[in-house]
Write a protein that binds this ligand. Structure first.
Ligand code: ADP
Ligand code: ZN
Length: 436
């Protein structure tokens, strides 16, 4: 089968040519920021760097970092790169980890963002014959707007559903024959579960692919969703600060997400020292935008932990790939001195045959951290005849001990007792913060 790309020239461009394009764009972007964003210019001056020092991507490391704290501090207009009258849109973060950040867009910025999403849809097998159901939230959140625009660019028949009202999602999906579903992975799992409850089998829907992102999800969760919806599930990554979803997207290989390097340069740094790490090493992902007008970002620290690879991809794309981020550095829980990522708990649960409906509660009792994991029993194993629930919980706790190094208290609860997510799932409740 002939390989399909949205922008073949860029997506399969040779490395040297791409580096030249990035260099040219970086020089222009740094100049743009220097001239228009006094705050970042101040950071550069403090480091003793001027645009003259930046001749190409090899000089990137000379530039200062920008952090989420800078963005919050400069809220709302402090990092604007153009007159407000040139801007046509504002989007905002979901505020998962604190005060919201607002991002601004010119029409040019929206076009490039939507093209990034269009590349993701084509990589997932989409074309103009597809019916694309966009069930990410619409509004300030970037998910709905980004994929909706991308779907238009591809020429799909677009269903701007937004999230929520799951019954109607299912009705439209079935009546209108949606072939591609875009939403958060936790909502995809919920839709899969609801379809089953409504009496549908995976083969009853016309879906062939799903484009799921905006939150961390494990390979086990991917397989679970693929089974329940009868599709191939693709990962997509992005953040409001860099425009939204589509900064990176998965291809048919389903093995890491290609970064749209003509618009963003990715680096991996040691989060403690700021030192740039070589390809293949795990660290904090840092992005530099190359083409943005309204909200350009130089060396923005995402706090997402991942690694990059330039290994050849069978899809033919030459764009660097990032591995699935296992969560943000601030998602990492430190419990009794041990580092725990919620995604590790998810992996164990799904491997042990449970559903991806869980909640993690952390607390401190008498100066000792406690870790409680609430997990739903499967509807099949949940019956009036109470089985060996205690035994099952112990088995799960010991599987988690093997993965995490510490033993959580596992609570098996009745099906449907954990709130389903229509957007980004809230997996962790950390009550320790209340006592601090
Ligand atoms: P907020 O920071 O309030 O959640 P955003 O909606 O901009 O705001 O979310 C961006 C963040 O979502 C990323 O920094 C990352 O942590 C997470 N994210 C987005 N896509 C993915 C993905 N495919 N896998 C894991 N995490 C993701
Ligand atoms: Zn690929």
């Amino acid at each position: 089968m002939e390989k399909r790309y949205f922008n073949k020239e860029i997506e399969t461009m040779g490395r040297e040519e791409m580096k030249a394009l990035q260099s040219e764009r970086l020089v222009a972007q740094v100049k743009h920021v220097w001239e228009n964003v006094p705050y970042y210019r101040g950071l550069m001056e403090k480091k003793g760097v001027t645009p003259d020092d930046i001749k190409g991507i090899e000089d990137l490391h000379k530039l200062p970092f920008l952090s989420k704290a800078d963005l919050r501090d400069q809220y709302p207009y402090g990092l604007l790169g153009t007159d407000l009258e040139n801007c046509v849109r504002i989007q905002s973060t979901s505020g998962t980890t604190g005060r919201r950040v607002v991002a601004f867009y010119t029409q040019h910025d929206i076009d490039l963002w939507e093209e990034c999403c269009a590349r993701a849809i084509v990589a997932a097998g989409g074309d103009k014959g597809d019916v694309c159901q966009v069930s990410y939230g619409f509004g300030l959140f970037t998910g709905g707007a980004g994929l909706n625009g991308g779907s238009h660019k591809v020429g799909c028949l677009t269903l701007p559903m937004s999230s929520g009202n799951t019954e109607r999602q299912i009705q439209f999906m079935m009546d209108l024959g949606a072939t591609i579903l875009c939403c958060t992975p936790s909502y995809a799992a919920f839709i899969g579960e609801s379809l089953k409850e409504a009496g549908y089998k995976p083969e009853d829907n016309k879906l062939k692919a799903g484009i799921f992102g905006a939150e961390p999800w494990t390979e086990e969760m991917r397989r679970d969703i693929e089974r329940s919806l009868g599709i191939k599930a693709f990962d997509i990554y992005g953040l409001t600060e860099t425009s939204g979803p589509g900064v990176a997207f998965e291809c048919e290989e389903q093995n890491g997400m290609h970064i749209n390097e003509d618009h963003f340069i990715a680096e991996i740094i040691d989060p403690d020292t700021g030192e740039v790490l070589p390809e293949g090493e795990k660290g904090e992902l840092v992005f530099t935008s190359l083409t943005k007008e309204a909200f350009p970002l130089i060396r923005y620290r995402t706090r997402d932990i991942t690694m990059l690879t330039r290994e050849r991809c069978s899809c033919g794309r030459t764009l660097v790939r990032m591995k699935k981020p296992m969560g943000r550095s601030d998602d990492m829980l430190i419990i009794r001195g041990v580092n725990v990522f919620p995604s590790q708990i998810e992996t164990v649960l799904l491997k042990e045959g449970y559903t991806p409906n869980y909640q993690i509660v952390v607390d401190r009792v008498k100066n000792t951290d406690t870790l409680d994991v609430y997990v739903e029993m499967n509807p099949e194993s949940f019956s009036d005849v109470v089985g060996d629930i205690a035994g099952d919980a112990d088995k799960l706790a010991s599987a988690m001990k093997t993965m995490l190094g510490i033993t959580p208290k596992v609570h098996l609860v009745a099906p449907k007792t954990i709130t389903r997510s229509e957007g980004k799932a809230v997996r962790v409740i950390d009550n320790r913060k209340l006592h601090d």
